[in-house]
Design a protein around this ligand. Structure first.
Ligand SMILES: [Zn+2]
Length: 124
């Protein structure tokens, strides 16, 4: 559906982890509701008039996931730097929804565990 036409980052992205959800935060010890990517993506799709029974596994831009010897996945701090970017070309008509991951319990967003601003441009 997409071609990556340019990537000025070190090129580390993830397609293994599902979007974070309430259950993941609970497993990490959070008590009570925590905003999460599944809800962000669901809300964005609902605003676009699309309803799916579940959120498809996302393309996790800049997420750094390693695979251990036993096959376990480990979230590492991202290696992307400020101002670096990825450019993707849609090869067919698509609906793109985004979530700037609110994860603050794992290294998803770096050692400070804070979401970073994301800028998205649509180029025709
Ligand atoms: Zn997330």
């Amino acid at each position: 559906m997409f071609s990556i036409t340019e990537d000025t980052s070190p090129g580390i992205h993830d397609m293994l982890l599902s979007a974070c959800d309430e259950q993941r935060y609970a497993l990490l010890g959070h008590v009570g509701y925590h905003r999460n990517c599944v809800d962000n993506l669901s809300d964005a799709m609902q605003q676009a008039g699309v309803s799916l029974p579940e959120i498809p596994s996302p393309f996790n831009v800049f997420e750094n996931v390693s695979i251990g010897e036993g096959g376990q996945l480990s979230i590492e701090a991202p290696v992307v730097g400020a101002g670096q970017s990825i450019t993707m070309k849609a090869e067919l008509d698509v609906l793109v929804v985004l979530s700037s991951c609110p994860m603050d319990l794992a290294l998803t967003n770096g050692p400070d565990k804070r979401s970073k601003p994301v800028q998205v441009q649509r180029i025709k």
